[in-house]
Write a protein that binds this ligand. Sequence first.
Ligand code: FES
Ligand code: FES
Length: 154
Amino acid sequence: MTQQLKLKVNGRDVAVDAHGERPLLDVLREDLGLTGAKYGCGEGQCGACTVLLDGAAVRSCVTTVADAVGMSIETIEGLGEGDALHPLQQAFVDHGAAQCGYCVPGQIMSAVALLRENARPSRAEIIAAMNGNLCRCCNYPSILAAIEHAASPK
Ligand code: FES
Ligand code: FES
């Protein structure tokens, strides 16, 4: 049965009519038009669908929309300010960290969660935090370089 669910997405209050058991990813993409988070495996294994819930990186393909009620949902669309990219988005551009780009929104959201928690992570800490975000283009060296650059003192 569908019900009206109130969500906070990228700082805005929105309401959707949805079955509470639907995947959050589905509601973000199909109901709210936020297509940044991607469908990859649909099983919580690849990270393409990563968004933040109260600041923590979660796999939105295996998170129900009901579980996101009352939490702050952040997607890649909410990161930049106007025309200005978020520093991690800019670092991904500058380091060529997108090939096909499919994994990139999820990579960036995981990296955002990491750097908020640990502004100066070691390389080992970055690798550990990003371990669940797969890149089928195997662009890992550039992704790592982008995150290290974003984390480095300016
Ligand atoms: S699509 Fe969600 S983890 Fe792969
Ligand atoms: S850039 Fe293609 S999957 Fe990562």
